[in-house]
Each structure stands twice: as structure tokens, then as C-alpha cells.
Write a protein that binds this ligand. Structure first.
Ligand SMILES: *[C@@H]1O[C@H](CO)[C@@H](O)[C@H](O)[C@H]1NC(C)=O
Ligand SMILES: *[C@@H]1O[C@H](CO)[C@@H](O)[C@H](O)[C@H]1NC(C)=O
Ligand SMILES: *[C@@H]1O[C@H](CO)[C@@H](O)[C@H](O)[C@H]1NC(C)=O
Ligand SMILES: *[C@@H]1O[C@H](CO)[C@@H](O)[C@H](O)[C@H]1NC(C)=O
Ligand SMILES: *[C@@H]1O[C@H](CO)[C@@H](O)[C@H](O)[C@H]1NC(C)=O
Ligand SMILES: *[C@@H]1O[C@H](CO)[C@@H](O)[C@H](O)[C@H]1NC(C)=O
Length: 684
């Protein structure tokens, strides 16, 4: 009796949820979905029945998930079910050739993703990246190449598991009936159909795309995987899209989905159709078409009027419209900064004044840097430089959002950094004493930003002015490098022989004044000075300090030799720090501060040391010594005596010598104080 009752109730318990569980969706357009689809961010459903995940507004995201979860397993640790989905999407970029950023089909534990736009595609944020507890599965349709996540190009399909570094990806393409591969441009603005099929028996995932409704026989991507550890018993299915500096509108025209079976077929012709090609909204064409209407009345007068208006407005040239970051109007920036009032002044940067502003429409807080340049300089190069800086994207770089040019003024718009620059937290009377955890986090952040500049982008980008006042802190005290690329931008068009060496006293690598050529190694040298500053809470050269403490790197080196390294640690931390980390960072600072460029580690190694993936040995070379090679070349001694204050030079390889040859001359022209330990002179 008791037993049959138990069986009976167990049956009810099992039967009800299973039978009422939905296992299929079919949306040929989204007109009447009612509350069955939950929208988030800027996602909306248009009157035509098209679901718009994002429009062309920068740095936003949109989510659309089916309102209730699907059951993907019989039990919590059971085997995941097979599923299949098909959808039709269209990506219409703001600028024809530049996507921003992409969209993804996602299966997630929640329909309220706490995520970031831009390269994060609205799926994850920087703190949960790669975490197994995300339980996120996504197939991305990405139109921007992000080096941070190792993207293969700016037109690819990728399988993402708990991270945006795709586990597998392929260039967007499809196979025709005779098995020839045809490239497919994701951001063509045209409808593309996708099929994602997961077979839980064969443990394989197939992704197929096509410009038509007939499904190619061969998928573009097949990935062997068992999704059981990733999918939980109940999961939400839907889509996410994001825009970055550049924006696209991401549309969904139809969607079907089925658990344990083939998703119902979608037929392109029965889905809502995309609006026609959008109007080109440049001032010029609008002006011209307005003029055309009025032409009959006063053709010449109007033409002259427009000509004047354009002439007085911000200068726009065709190629500028083709290029990267968002172009702001002068009026917009003037309004944003209250007319560049002194009250909004955040400071004087290396190249000009920086104002705080709020962009009127989006209410985003920004920092506007106003620099003047000689408008006769090679303008296309100048702007293309801005475009290339604008495409550098990393969470430890201060993002360039856009620019505006007006006469001789160049306005650069950056992300606003709530906590200002790092130097205000370190020297003199700090705003607040940073804990060791905060300092270490800042150091690691800056290192990874600098590594990205050196190795993550198409070309090597040398920062040239790494220093505490160029490290900005966001609301969560993450360190971000500012002003990258600016130095080179500023030099464009300048006569190379008169190019000024950019840099700041105490951060300037000794080879720089001689060669005038900044390298990754000179950035590492400056980063070394920064490491020591952050630990010691002192400037690299501190005129107020005791004579033996005047040059920070010498002082740290002397204490290191004496085995009293912890004496140099910022007293304001009250001894609250991880000794191992502090010692490692100080030793790394000494290594980076080596006068010989070839004795310094690369940023890749610096990051490995900081992340604990490599260990620094105790037999460091003195910063003034190069001990990496053999051989000795005459004529070097003189230079050594005047140049190295901290120690004598050891053996020198002939290669290193060649690099150092001629230093005597160049250093003779520097003031004697800047000769101390070879930390070069102020050149601004
Ligand atoms: C919305 O969901 C309910 C229950 O899940 C279903 O009966 C209804 O048909 C759905 N509506 C649409 C338009 O899919
Ligand atoms: C994009 O969508 C947002 C939110 O729906 C809206 O405020 C904005 O005006 C739209 N922008 C464009 C260019 O349509
Ligand atoms: C889930 O349970 C059903 C009913 O008991 C069974 O038919 C099916 O094979 C199970 N599926 C998996 C993947 O274990
Ligand atoms: C990042 O995502 C995780 C998990 O979704 C969430 O708990 C966390 O609050 C998010 N962090 C931020 C800064 O949004
Ligand atoms: C992963 O996320 C969980 C929960 O959000 C958190 O407790 C854990 O520390 C994270 N792990 C890593 C390596 O970030
Ligand atoms: C997918 O990639 C992540 C990180 O890149 C890795 O941790 C995970 O093991 C990979 N999963 C599979 C199934 O390859």
C-alpha cells in the first residue's frame, strides 16, 4: 500500500513537469510573440516583425531570450540532450566595411546576462571570462577581430564555451552543392540563415550558414564536444549582440528551436523583409538633397549658402567617413563640456588640456582632450593614425571613443576614468593609500595593456610615455594606460631629423636620446620605473629625498644587494602586503630598469612573471651592468665612468656594444643630473 502510493506520487511528480515542458519554438517573424520573448538592453521588436538586437548606437548591447527555460537534461549530472536551432539574421554596419561588433546564439543559465558590450558581445564581462561556473555556450557571428580573444579575422563564426576566446572558429563561408567553398560576408546587410545542430550521441556540434534557405549539406564548422558539463538541467536560449566604437544594427528575422529533434524549417520568403538600403546620412548629401528641392527657387543662392556652411563646419573629407572611430560634431563636444569651461578641466595632459564632458544624447561621461596641431601636416595620415588608435581595444587601455577636428584643433574623446591618474594615489599627499592588492592589480593590468600594444595588434604600437600620470584608474581601480599612440600621431608629418624624443625624466631609457627611436624595450624600461614607484610610493627621481635615495632604482638596488629589500616598500601600507609578490615586483622592476636594452625582459615575459608563470632568479644583473655576453671593446670605459653610477659594467657582448656605441656623444649633451644612472633627460 505504502509502496504503491509512493510510486503513484513519484509518477505524478515526474509526469507533470516533463509533459508540460516545452521542447520546441517556431517564430517566423516576431510580430506576435507577446511576452514569450524577454528583451533586454536596446533590443526591440519592430512593427515589421523584425527583432532588432542593437541599432547603430555605439557601445550598447541587446538580448532576446525565450521567456522560460528549456530542459536540457534528465538530471543535474545527466547527459545533455541533442538540440537543433535555425535562425535568419542580418547585420547592417554603420560603415560598409567596418563591423561593430557582432552577435551570438546563446544558451545560458540566466536571461539577464551581467555582461559588457563591444568585444564581449553582451555575453560575459571581464571578471567572469573563462570561468567554468558561467555555464555559457554560444555560437558567435563576429565582425571585429579582437586580438585579446585571439579572433582569426573580422568575419568569422566561432564556438564559445564560458569565454569569448573561441574554442573553435572558421571564416564565414558555405559549401555549394558541388562542395566548393564560397565566402560569405556576415556584415553585408543581407539576410543569412544559420543552423546549429548538436548531436549528444555522437558528441558533435555543427554550424552551417547560407545566404539562402536551402541548408548546405556540409557545415562550415564541426566541433567534437560533449556539452553535458556546460549545460545545466534548465537553461535559457536566445541571442545577444553588441556594438563597440563602431556599430552595426543586428537583426533577427526568424527563429526556430527544438530539443531532441530537427528545428522546424524557416523559409526566407515568408519572413519579414529587411528595410531597403539606408540613406547615407552625411551632412553633405543631406545638404545636397535639400538643395535639390529648393533648387528651382534659388539654385545659385542655395549652392553658395551650402558651400559656406560646409566650409565653416567641421572639416569632413570622404576618406574620413570611411575610417574608424566615431566622429563627433564640434557642437556636440562643446555642449558636452559646457563650452570647454575651466570648471570642467580635468588636467593638462602631455599634449593638451583635458576636459570632463557628458555627451548630451547618450549621457555617457567622457574625457575630451583638446590638442592643437598644424593643419598643414599630412592630414590623411593624421586621421588614419587616429583610426588605428581607435581600433586598439583592451580592457587596460583607455578607450578612444571618437574625435572631432575643427581648424587647427583636434579633439579626442576618451572613456572617462572615475578615479583619475595613478600618480595622485602614490606621491606627495595621496588621495587615498592604495592597498597592496590594489597596487598589484593595477600593475598587472598595465602590463597586460602594454603587452597588447606590443604584441596584440597588427603592428607593434610603442607607447613612448609610460608613467604614473598616464595610468588612469577606472571606477573599480583597474589600471588603464592612456595616451597610447599619441606621440606618434603628433610626429606625423614632422621632419624626422627634428623629431623630439618624447618621454619623461626618470622613465626615459638611456638609448633613447641617442637613437631617437622608441622601441618596445624603451617602454619596458619606463614600465620598470613604474613598478618601483608603485611599490615604493616614490617618484623615480625625487629631489626631496636623502641623497642616497635620490635615484629610486639605485636605492632599490643597494637595498637588494644588502638583503634589505623590504625597507623600500611604501610605509603607508603599514606592512600589510604579500612579501613574495612585493619582492617579485621589485626584482622585476630592477630587471626592466637595466640600462642595456637587450638585458630587459619583453612584456610577454613581464606578464608571465607577474602571473606567477615564471620565477625570477636571485642573481639579477645590476641595472647599470650588462652581464649577458662576452667580449670587451675598447673605448667603452670612458663612457662607463661618467655614465654608470650604481656599479661597474661587466662584460659586454660586441652586439651590445654596437648598440651602445656613440653614447658618449649623445650623453655629453645632457645635463649632469640626468646622467645619473643613465636615466635620461627631460625632453618636453
Ligand atoms: C507563448 O507561449 C505559450 C506557452 O508557452 C504558448 O501557448 C503560445 O503559443 C506562445 N505564443 C507564441 C506566439 O509563440
Ligand atoms: C537606438 O536605440 C536606442 C534605444 O532604443 C534609441 O534611444 C536610439 O535613438 C536608437 N538610435 C538610432 C540611431 O536609431
Ligand atoms: C531521459 O529520460 C527519458 C525518459 O526516461 C529517456 O527516454 C531518455 O533516453 C533520457 N535521455 C537521456 C539523454 O538520458
Ligand atoms: C560579471 O558577471 C558575473 C556573472 O554573471 C556577475 O556575477 C558579476 O556581477 C559581473 N560583474 C560585473 C562587473 O558586471
Ligand atoms: C568563478 O566564478 C565563481 C562564482 O562567480 C567565483 O566564486 C570564482 O572565484 C570564479 N573563479 C575564477 C577563477 O575567477
Ligand atoms: C574551451 O576553451 C576554454 C578556454 O579557452 C577551455 O578552458 C575549455 O577547456 C575549452 N573547452 C573545450 C571543450 O575545448
Amino acid at each position: 500500500m505504502a509502496k504503491s502510493l509512493w510510486i503513484f506520487s513519484a509518477l505524478i511528480f515526474l509526469a507533470i513537469p516533463v509533459s508540460s515542458q516545452l521542447n520546441q519554438l517556431f517564430f517566423p517573424g516576431f510580430k506576435d510573440v507577446g511576452t514569450n520573448i524577454t528583451l533586454n538592453g536596446i533590443a526591440n521588436i519592430q512593427k515589421t516583425g523584425i527583432l532588432e538586437l542593437t541599432n547603430e548606437t555605439s557601445r550598447l548591447m541587446g538580448h532576446a531570450f525565450y521567456a522560460s527555460p528549456f530542459q536540457f537534461k534528465n538530471s543535474t549530472d545527466g547527459k545533455a540532450f541533442s538540440f537543433s536551432t535555425s535562425f535568419v539574421f542580418a547585420i547592417v554596419p554603420e560603415y560598409p566595411k567596418l563591423g561593430g561588433h557582432g552577435m551570438a546564439f546563446a544558451i545560458a543559465p540566466s536571461k539577464n546576462l551581467k555582461a559588457l558590450p563591444s568585444q564581449y558581445l553582451g555575453l560575459l564581462n571581464s571578471s567572469d571570462m573563462g570561468n567554468f561556473s558561467n555555464h555559457l555556450f554560444a555560437v558567435e557571428f563576429d565582425t571585429v577581430q579582437d586580438f585579446e580573444f585571439g579572433d582569426i579575422n573580422d568575419n568569422h563564426v566561432g564556438v564559445d564555451i564560458n569565454s569569448l576566446a573561441s574554442n573553435h572558429s572558421a571564416t564565414a563561408a558555405y559549401f555549394t552543392d558541388d562542395s566548393t567553398k564560397q565566402d560569405l560576408n556576415l556584415k553585408s546587410g543581407k539576410a543569412i540563415q544559420a543552423w546549429i545542430d548538436y548531436d549528444s550521441v555522437g558528441n558533435v556540434l555543427h554550424v552551417t550558414i547560407s545566404p539562402s534557405s536551402s541548408k548546405p549539406r556540409k557545415p562550415i564548422l564541426s566541433f567534437p564536444i560533449d556539452l553535458s558539463p556546460i549545460l545545466q538541467k534548465f537553461m535559457f536560449v536566445g541571442f545577444s549582440a553588441s556594438t563597440g566604437l563602431l556599430a552595426s544594427s543586428h537583426h533577427l528575422l526568424g527563429w526556430s528551436f527544438k530539443i531532441n529533434g530537427q528545428a522546424p524549417a524557416l523559409v526566407l520568403s515568408s519572413l519579414p523583409s529587411l528595410p531597403g538600403p539606408k540613406k547615407n546620412h552625411t551632412a553633405l548629401t543631406v545638404g545636397v538633397s535639400v538643395a535639390a528641392v529648393i533648387l528651382a527657387l534659388a539654385a545659385i543662392a542655395v549652392a553658395i549658402y551650402i558651400f559656406r556652411k560646409i566650409k565653416n563646419a567641421d572639416i569632413i573629407e570622404d576618406w574620413e567617413l570611411e575610417l574608424g572611430p566615431h566622429r563627433y560634431s564640434y557642437e556636440e563636444l562643446k555642449k558636452a563640456t559646457n563650452g570647454f569651461k575651466d570648471k570642467e578641466l580635468l588636467g593638462h595632459g602631455g599634449f593638451g588640456r583635458v576636459y570632463k564632458g557628458t555627451i548630451p544624447n547618450s549621457k555617457t561621461e567622457v574625457a575630451v582632450k583638446r590638442i592643437s596641431h598644424d593643419s598643414k601636416q599630412g592630414l590623411p595620415e593624421f586621421i588614419s593614425e587616429i583610426a588605428s588608435i581607435g581600433r586598439l581595444r583592451h580592457r587596460n587601455l583607455v578607450q578612444l571613443l571618437g574625435w572631432c577636428r575643427r581648424g587647427g584643433d583636434l579633439l579626442l574623446v576618451y572613456d572617462f576614468m572615475a578615479n583619475g591618474s595613478l600618480d595622485k594615489f602614490l606621491f606627495d599627499e595621496p588621495k587615498r593609500v592604495l592597498s597592496w592588492e590594489e597596487r598589484f592589480n593595477i600593475i598587472k593590468g598595465v602590463a597586460s595593456g602594454l603587452l597588447y600594444l606590443h604584441e596584440g595588434y597588427e603592428q607593434v604600437v610603442i607607447h613612448r610615455d609610460v608613467k604614473a600620470s598616464n595610468v588612469l584608474l577606472d571606477g573599480e581601480l583597474n589600471g588603464r594606460l592612456g595616451d597610447f599612440g599619441l606621440a606618434r600621431l603628433y610626429e606625423h608629418g614632422a621632419n624626422p631629423s627634428t623629431t623630439r624624443v618624447v618621454g619623461t625624466l626618470g622613465y626615459l631609457a638611456p638609448e633613447l636620446p641617442r637613437t631617437g627611436k622608441a622601441t618596445a624595450g624603451s617602454d619596458v624600461f619606463a614600465f620598470g620605473a613604474l613598478l618601483l614607484e608603485v611599490v615604493c610610493g616614490r617618484r623615480p627621481i625625487d629631489p626631496k629625498a636623502m641623497p642616497e635615495e635620490l635615484v629610486l632604482v639605485d636605492w632599490v638596488w643597494d637595498r637588494f644587494i644588502e638583503g634589505r629589500l623590504l625597507d623600500v616598500v611604501d610605509r603607508r601600507m603599514n606592512g600589510q602586503f604579500d612579501e613574495g609578490e612585493v619582492v617579485m615586483v621589485l626584482k622585476l622592476g630592477l630587471m626592466c630598469s637595466n640600462n642595456a636594452a637587450i638585458a630587459r625582459p619583453s612584456m610577454r615575459h613581464v606578464v608571465m612573471y607577474l602571473e606567477g608563470e615564471a620565477e625570477i632568479l636571485d642573481d639579477l644583473g645590476a641595472p647599470g651592468e650588462y652581464n649577458g655576453g662576452k667580449g670587451h671593446v675598447e673605448g667603452f670605459e670612458n663612457f662607463v665612468h661618467s655614465f654608470a653610477s650604481s656599479s661597474s659594467y661587466g662584460k659586454m657582448s660586441s652586439d651590445a656594444f654596437t648598440r651602445n656605441r656613440g653614447m658618449e656623444n649623445s650623453f655629453a649633451s645632457l645635463s649632469s643630473s640626468s646622467l645619473l644612472n643613465g636615466r635620461g633627460g627631460e625632453t618636453r
